[in-house]
Design a protein around this ligand. Structure first.
Ligand SMILES: Nc1ncnc2c1ncn2[C@@H]1O[C@H](COP(=O)(O)OP(=O)(O)OP(=O)(O)O)[C@@H](O)[C@H]1O
Ligand SMILES: O=C(O)[C@H](O)CO
Length: 400
């Protein structure tokens, strides 16, 4: 039960995955830290003396690097890498406060947003830039890598990535195969002897945005190929090539990776990471919870506030707010969820550890305005939540 310590109330504060980078190209919305700050401002106007702990959270998708950098006092490192079509792109990774953990979003180097719609072609797009980001992280001294995969322009099974790291993918004549999901048809042999030796000493946690297998009707090519520019004929070729790729991996490396859930994420990069590197696929939010030591930070809280852009029925499938709520519930801490918008089925989250839900928009406003005004709306909503919370305390005080 809640008990007020005079002068110091703990309303521990929030975990919110609104993604600056996601919206940044159109309209500036908020990073997780900025949302946390807005919640604190709203709460402070009602509870000025409370202690507020802000833990920017994420689920492995876009915004994860920024959140983990903010949560751990790390820094963002910018690097020039090879883009999906072979052109140079300015990408980034995060080096966390411990100086040993690097966080990579593969989409920063190999993302769909980097390729104009009329040039999308997964037969040729490559994950080479993702491999180059891994190399840059190793150069920075990282021994633990967190790699968020999804939002890719690619369907090459991580072939470009392993080539960038020194692995050789050879055709029948012993020549390196070219870039893209099309060239996988030529693969005959794999030689990992030139792989960067530093990879032997690293731990790699991979957060996939989906659970799809590598091939088949639910595989990478069939489900995500079309958004990358694949026609139905191209989907058939890409799927066949990934199946061949998995066969060669099995023959050459003795690893069976195609059916593992998440192998088909990011055009089969999930499978490539498992086949070639010391990688483990995990739930993104679990990786983040561990990295920011969330349990430690919520265990003494009186209240946790969490949220995301939109809370709906999908939120219960491994999204940030539910991971936060489950952690808080281990310590019996109440949890309030806030969101930019609530789906018709949002109430299901109330069965998964969230005790109450609020939307931040004050009325019918265009999305553009809602995003522009998000900081103000979050502050205002937090103030209203704090007022209701205080009412609950008054009732308890007067009836005790
Ligand atoms: N500031 C905001 N105000 C109102 N609605 C918002 C706001 N931010 C996000 N939304 C709503 O949430 C939807 C999805 O936004 P976003 O992709 O950021 O969601 P998310 O739920 O945080 O992320 P994801 O589901 O991709 O992990 C938007 O289309 C919009 O309906
Ligand atoms: O990149 C992709 O293919 C999708 O986001 C699924 O991982």
């Amino acid at each position: 039960m809640y008990r007020e310590t005079p002068g110091k109330k703990k309303a521990r504060n929030p975990h919110f995955n609104a993604y600056r980078r996601k919206w940044g190209r159109f309209i500036e919305s908020l990073s997780a830290l900025e949302v946390a700050e807005a919640v604190e401002r709203g709460f402070r106007s009602v509870f000025p003396e409370a202690e507020y702990v802000k833990v920017p959270m994420a689920d492995g998708g876009e915004g994860t690097v920024q959140s983990l950098v903010d949560a751990t006092g790390g820094r963002i490192v910018e690097v020039n890498v090879t883009g999906p079509l072979g052109e140079p792109v300015r990408a980034f990774f995060g080096l966390l406060g411990d100086g040993k953990t690097a966080v990579i979003e593969m989409a920063a180097a190999s993302g769909l947003h980097l390729v104009p719609r009329d040039r999308r072609n997964p037969l040729v797009t490559t994950t080479r830039g993702t491999g180059e980001l891994i190399l840059a992280a190793l150069d920075a001294g990282a021994t633990h890598l967190i790699i968020g995969i999804g939002g890719s322009a690619t369907n090459d099974g991580g072939a470009g990535m392993v080539q960038a790291l020194g692995g050789r993918l050879l055709d029948e004549d012993g020549r390196d195969i070219g870039p893209g999901g099309g060239a996988l048809a030529d693969l005959h042999a794999i030689d990992l002897s030139g792989l960067d030796p530093r990879l032997g000493g690293v731990r790699i946690d991979v957060a996939c945005d989906v659970d799809n297998p590598l091939t088949g009707p639910n595989g990478a090519s069939a489900i995500f190929g079309p958004q990358k520019g694949a026609t139905p004929d191209m989907v058939a070729v890409l799927d066949q090539n990934l199946a061949h790729y998995a066969d060669v991996i099995r023959r050459e490396l003795g690893k069976q990776v195609g059916d593992i859930p998440g192998a088909g994420a990011a055009g089969g990069l999930g499978a490539g990471l498992l086949a070639f590197l010391p990688a483990e696929l995990k739930r993104g939010v679990e990786i983040v919870i561990e990295t920011v030591q969330l349990a430690e930070r919520v265990k003494d809280a009186d209240l946790v506030i969490t949220g995301e852009g939109r809370i709906d029925g999908q939120t219960v499938f491994g999204k940030t707010p539910i991971g936060v709520a489950k952690t808080a519930k281990r310590f019996g801490v109440p949890v309030i969820g806030i969101a930019g918008s609530l789906g018709d089925d949002s109430a299901v989250v109330l069965d998964h550890g969230i005790d109450a839900l609020f939307t931040i928009v004050p009325g019918v406003v265009p999305l553009e305005k809602a995003l522009e005004q998000a900081e103000h709306y979050v502050t205002q909503t937090a103030r209203h939540i704090a007022s209701v919370y205080r009412l609950g305390q008054m009732k308890r005080t007067s009836s005790s």
